[in-house]
Write a protein that binds this ligand. Structure first.
Ligand code: GTP
Ligand code: MG
Length: 261
């Protein structure tokens, strides 16, 4: 006989990122173009089979708009899984991810419980012209230890993968006595590499990019260059963004060497 379990899932993320559409696409296999803001919270139930278990899934689809905070804040308790959604065409929705995690932690109260929630980061609306690239999204998710998926609720792309990963994560945690199983990072790259890439991409000056002070000598520049080149050479590094960062590195070195002479 199959054992049956109940789980609680929530959706988080800014208003209009597509949370309700993602859930609707998964549960009802359809898409609604017109924006119908969720008022406070929507509740739904679905049944799935995960790892040979019948699972009754309670879905609490939250409203992203700040005015509904007072309504949704009561629904964080006892959550086991969450989709944390941003819209790849809207940078502010990506930048808001940290504040959603903060709200969740705050409302959960119990930090151990919060740490054991399976969170899936969802980059939605990939059918449209994006302003947040895949690398940024993946890096953010990796840095939190969450799985990352891209989706289009409009076309259906990626939707099943999100929920499969979510349910498997939650059920695995349940089987493990409520403790989340750390995700297998398919990383193959190090934190040093990630930090070097972010620095190269975001620094304000070429000196900053190479970690040098104003007035650095040719020798300093070449040393810094070699250290970073070994870390980021696209033939060796599989860290997302390596290729772009490497190009920035080469350009920064060229500029700085000219300044030194
Ligand atoms: P709140 O309930 O207010 O928090 O918003 P929400 O995150 O639930 O957004 P909702 O699912 O209602 O979708 C917002 C708008 O984005 C709607 O007009 C949808 O049609 C549109 N939308 C959602 N997903 C996609 C997508 O993958 N691609 C495109 N092009 N549009 C989408
Ligand atoms: Mg909604």
């Amino acid at each position: 006989m199959k054992r049956s379990v109940r789980i609680k899932i929530i959706s988080m993320g800014n208003a209009e990122t597509g949370k309700s559409c993602i859930i609707k696409r998964y549960c009802e296999k359809r898409f609604v173009h017109k924006y119908l803001a969720t008022i406070g919270i929507d509740y739904g139930v679905t049944k799935v089979t995960v790892k040979d278990k019948d699972v009754k899934v309670n879905i609490f689809d939250m409203a992203g708009h700040p005015i509904f905070y007072e309504v949704r804040n009561e629904f964080y308790q006892d959550t086991q899984g969450a989709i944390l959604v941003y819209d790849v065409t809207d940078r502010s929705s990506f930048e808001a991810l940290d504040s959603w995690l903060a709200e969740m932690r705050n409302e959960m109260g119990n930090q151990v419980e919060a740490d054991n929630i399976t969170v899936i980061v969802v980059a939605n609306k990939i059918d449209r012209k994006r302003v947040v690239d895949e690398t940024e999204g993946r890096l953010w998710a990796d840095s939190k230890g969450y799985q990352y998926f891209e989706s289009s609720a409009q076309s259906g792309q990626g939707i099943n993968d999100i929920f499969q990963a979510l349910f498997e994560g939650v059920v695995s945690a349940l089987e493990n006595g409520g403790k989340k199983i750390p995700i297998q990072t398919q990383l193959g790259y190090t934190k040093d590499q990630i930090e070097a890439i972010q620095k190269l991409k975001n620094a304000k000056s070429d000196y900053d990019r190479l970690g040098l002070q104003l007035g650095a000598t040719k020798d300093d520049v070449n040393k810094a260059y070699r250290r970073l080149a070994v870390l980021l050479h696209p033939d060796k590094s599989v860290a997302p963004g390596s290729e772009e960062a490497f190009k920035i590195l080469v350009a920064a070195r060229t500029t700085l060497l000219k300044k030194c002479s």
